[in-house]
Structure formats: structure tokens, C-alpha cells
Design a protein around this ligand. Structure first.
Ligand code: ZN
Length: 92
């Protein structure tokens, strides 16, 4: 029925996952580092505290994108994490 999922690798835990379930961080060619939408090199991250923390500590997004990633990006993702806790997070 549904189309085959497009798999992408999380930069922190290295697991392949359905792209729709991952956070996408894009190094846009003109706007810098963006979330979700943009044109350019992309890095993917599981929407999990462990992966976010791992990416932050080991600078995985910086390495994957080969550029500086503003703290604001990680802060935004962290905010999404807390926002989803209790709802969708528990469904897993
Ligand atoms: Zn992960």
C-alpha cells in the first residue's frame, strides 16, 4: 500500500530509519543551517534525547554538514523534544 520508506542514517547512533521519523538539519546554500526544509547537504537525527546529546557532545552535525551549527539549532531541537514528551514519545 504505502510507498517504500526512504531510509536515512542518524548521525549519532548510525541507525537507518524512515526519513519521516527523523529530524533533518540542512546546510542551505544561502541561508545557513536550517531545520526541516532547505536545499543542500543534510544530516539526520533521531528525535531522541540520547541522539541529540550524542550529536551535541561529539559535534556530529558539524562533521556531517562540514560547517558550524549554531547552538540555536540544537536548542530548538531540544525544545521539540520536551514538547513531545508525554504525547508521541510514549506511543513508542
Ligand atoms: Zn539516532
Amino acid at each position: 500500500m504505502s510507498a517504500k520508506p526512504i531510509l536515512r542514517r542518524c548521525v549519532a547512533c548510525r541507525q537507518l530509519q524512515d526519513r519521516r521519523h527523523l529530524w533533518r538539519v540542512i546546510r542551505d546554500h544561502k541561508d545557513g543551517v536550517l531545520l526541516d526544509f532547505g536545499m543542500g547537504r543534510s544530516a539526520y537525527l533521531c528525535p531522541k534525547e540520547e541522539c541529540l546529546e550524542e550529536a551535541r557532545r561529539r559535534k556530529r552535525l558539524q562533521k556531517a554538514l562540514r560547517c558550524q551549527v549554531p547552538d540555536a539549532v540544537l536548542t530548538t531541537l531540544n525544545g521539540r523534544l520536551s514538547a513531545s514528551t508525554g504525547e508521541s514519545a510514549e506511543a513508542n
